[in-house]
Ligand binder design. Structure first.
Ligand code: GLU
Length: 377
């Protein structure tokens, strides 16, 4: 039985390991001060969850907002990358201290982990992060994770903690993610519009669901918005992890959300394991291969991408880089690791295996993207 509501996500029998992501607007008040009482309430709920046997990983935003207030920076510290990095450095130390202090009051040890996008995109570093998370959880520790904003540059940042939470959930082998936010969940249109209705359950994230996300970020304090939450849900649900978006503004946010009955839950779509889940959750795409209808149909039946079906090659990627496989109309079908550099792909695109050896000057590989290194989107 798949997880279909928040009650399931908070039940250790249904969800043994849960990632709770806390948005900046919940942690930091409009005056730039920490919402300490609110946070103490959440920590009480985390301690209660641990007491029932549910393991919890926290993904906490708020470093930039907190640091910006302390440094009196304009636009919440997001006016420039340099401001954000400085603000994060100042804010992070306070943020970690706060989590450690409040968790300790409930008898729990906190662990700080700061990660960049690259840490989780590189397979070896991803496995290291995963091992550390699992090791900490097994020892009853509550890992508190954030992006290492002070060292990540614009190109290699997650930029939002929603997708980070989904990736961390994969790495921690969690069963569920709760994104605590300042909106009730996904609405079928802009929530400010008359008649907008909350979508309680999403079984498949398609174009219709993505269109609902629009530009509906509310607080202006974090960088998430609904679009990044839907992207996070895609990453999580492909890896067999349920994800809920709930409004966490009230005290005791988990209990309040349960009581209000308002949330959007994204049901796990399939259960990609291990390496496949890692490929499906990767974010830094280096290029794209456009394929014909024959190749598209073959992909649906589990085939690899062969050069003969490729009609166009975009980008400058290297062998081993992540590429998108797109249909003739540009829609993304799959993502996977390229077996060739981009220029070699251009050389053999549209050609049959028998012609490739002469074009390449060496024996061709079995596929351009092998099905073992590819996931359908
Ligand atoms: N990592 C950022 C911070 O701690 C937050 C990113 C986000 O807004 O999601 O401030």
């Amino acid at each position: 039985m798949p997880v279909t509501n928040l009650t399931d996500l908070l039940d250790p029998a249904r969800c043994a390991r849960l990632v709770i992501k806390v948005g900046s607007a919940l942690l930091v008040g409009k005056d730039g001060g920490v919402r300490r009482n609110w946070l103490a309430g959440l920590v009480e709920e985390i301690a209660a969850a641990r007491a029932t046997g549910q393991e919890v990983v926290v993904v906490s935003s708020g470093a930039i907002a907190l640091g910006a207030a302390r440094l009196s920076l304009a636009r919440g510290g997001r006016a420039s990358l340099a401001d954000a990095q400085a603000a994060a450095a100042v804010g992070q130390i306070a943020l970690s201290g706060l989590w450690a202090e409040l968790l300790a009051e409930r008898g729990l040890a906190a662990a700080q982990m700061l990660v960049t996008l690259d840490d989780l995109e590189d397979r070896r570093r991803y496995l290291n992060a995963s091992a550390t998370l699992v090791h900490l959880l097994e020892r009853g520790v509550v890992p508190v994770v954030n992006e290492n904003d002070s060292v990540a540059t614009a190109e290699i940042r997650f930029g939002d903690n929603d997708r980070l939470a989904a990736r961390v959930a994969q790495a921690a082998r969690a069963d569920g993610v709760v994104l605590l936010s300042d909106v009730d969940g996904l609405y079928d249109r802009d929530p400010r519009e008359h008649g907008a209705t909350l979508v309680p359950l999403v079984e498949k994230i398609d174009a219709r669901i993505k269109a609902m996300a629009g530009e509906s970020s509310t607080s202006g304090m974090g960088s998430g918005g609904m679009t990044s939450k839907i992207q996070a849900a895609e990453i999580a649900t492909r890896a067999g992890i349920a994800l809920a978006i709930v409004n966490g503004t009230s005290d005791k946010p988990l209990a309040s959300a349960l009581q209000s009955g308002r949330s959007s839950v994204f049901v796990p779509r399939r259960n990609d394991a291990g390496r496949k889940a890692w490929i499906g959750g990767r974010i830094a795409v280096k290029g794209a291969l456009r394929v014909d209808d024959g190749c598209r149909a073959a992909l649906g039946k589990g085939a690899s991408v062969l050069a003969a079906g490729i009609t166009m090659v975009d980008g400058q990627f290297r062998r081993g880089d992540l590429v998108t496989i797109a249909a003739a109309d540009g829609s993304a079908l799959a993502q996977g690791l390229a077996e060739y550099d981009a220029d070699e792909c251009r050389t053999i695109a549209g050609h049959k295996a028998t012609e490739q050896a002469e074009l390449l000057g060496y024996a061709p590989r079995a596929a351009v993207v092998h099905r073992d290194h590819m996931v359908l989107l």
